[in-house]
Design a protein around this ligand. Sequence first.
Ligand SMILES: [Zn+2]
Length: 137
Amino acid sequence: MPRTEFARKTKQQALTRSGHRCEATGTRYGFEEGQRCNCSLSLGVQFDHDVPDQLGGDNGLENCRAICVQCHKHKTRNDIQQIRKSDRQRDKASGVIRPTGKIKSQGFAKTEKAAKRSAKPSLPPRLLYKPTEETQR
Ligand SMILES: [Zn+2]
């Protein structure tokens, strides 16, 4: 997948705007909402697409963030998850992925593999419920 790059001028403008302090802000970078990293960029600056280009972000100054290496790592991990999610949603909408559980088997017994696959949760369980071990004690 081709990743577009910011123009050199855009990067310079973003760096100037940042005041040479990391511009990463908010939960996407692992901070509290509204909290800015603000660490010095003298040890290395990276230019991040606020909205990833794969998700429709452009290469304009508004979409360019001058951030530190640590924040960039964090954001990139998040972006990849978001891009995968958006890919899945697009594929589902276009019919590339068929909804699971609708394909009728011809009466074969479920293989171990198939059983494993159907047992796999489609969402991480952490948001759905909280373990109540404490109340069972
Ligand atoms: Zn940072």
